[in-house]
Write a protein that binds this ligand. Structure first.
Ligand SMILES: [Zn+2]
Length: 284
């Protein structure tokens, strides 16, 4: 009964406001009124709730949105480097595999290719979707490349993350194999005696484990687990925690087809974003 009387009061007040033309002027200052309108609205008639919504509920919602940006920002203050692997380039050359070694490796390596896409393309597409997801949660994102035509060596990729003071670098790749039946996702992690910054080993492994868990959960892909690598230039020069996601095999027809769809790419990106959040929340 009390509620019904409340609705009636609100409706009458709304009608009076309309009649005297004061609805718009009264609404911004009427936060207390809007509060009671919100309580009354659920039991009101369709006509009643329409009148209440337009004149009284909208302004407080707008205020709320402008305060918080419309979404929680759990990654505010966090810097993430996204490194979409490879790039189309005519450049060649060698670079040192580690700051601790004179051994050299090719600075630019072309990626795998499937029937549906090249690795450069899918790596960049997923990185861009991941960027959007991370930025929505307040993170600052630094990319090592934003076009498929790109000449960025593996040392330069590491230095982009280092110079940005990234909290984490996520390298995004797709796999290839001579055996087309091989499929699944894996995470490569920095390991071994050539790491210029050995301290990155533990937080990188934790990030890899969590992100792989989230990405396989989001996609339903098979997990092939973590692969420690001591021979990757990009890891050995990294001064910040760094992981490398292999999103699946372009040499496997099923995974190649999945990886070419916007839906699957978005699932991977969402999994990476969830993993980054969990890693940050759990203390790294
Ligand atoms: Zn690759």
């Amino acid at each position: 009964m009390a509620l019904k009387r409340g609705v009636l009061t609100v409706l009458l007040a709304g009608m009076l406001c309309c009649l005297c033309g004061c609805g718009k002027a009264a609404a911004p200052a009427g936060s207390a009124d809007a509060g009671s309108a919100e309580q009354a609205a659920p039991s009101g008639s369709a006509e009643g709730s329409a009148a209440v919504t337009e004149e009284m509920i909208d302004p407080p919602l707008e205020d709320e949105a402008s305060d918080t940006g419309g979404q929680a920002q759990p990654l505010a203050g966090i810097v993430i480097c996204l490194d979409p692997g490879h790039g189309v380039t005519s450049a060649s050359g060698q670079e040192r595999v580690s700051p601790l070694s004179q051994e050299t490796k090719a600075a630019y390596v072309s990626g795998a290719a499937g029937n549906s896409q090249t690795e450069e393309e899918v790596n960049l597409a997923v990185a861009q979707l991941t960027r959007a997801g991370l930025e929505q949660l307040g993170a600052q994102v630094v990319m090592t490349r934003q076009t498929n035509e790109a000449t960025v060596s593996n040392i330069e990729r590491a230095q982009i993350a280092n110079n940005a003071g990234a909290d984490l670098c996520v390298r995004i790749h797709a796999d290839g194999s001579e055996d087309s039946s091989v499929f699944g996702m894996s995470m490569q992690v920095p390991a071994g005696g050539l790491l210029g910054t050995p301290e990155i080993e533990q937080p990188s492994a934790r990030a890899a484990e969590i992100i792989l868990e989230e990405v396989t959960a989001a996609t339903g892909a098979r997990s092939r687990g973590l692969a420690p690598r001591s021979d990757l230039t990009g890891f050995n020069w990294s001064e910040v925690p760094c992981v490398l996601l292999e999103m699946g095999f372009l040499s496997n027809p099923q995974e190649d087809a999945l990886l070419a769809t916007d839906e699957y790419r978005q699932q991977i990106a969402s999994g990476i974003v969830s993993g980054v959040c969990r890693w940050i929340e759990s203390g790294r």
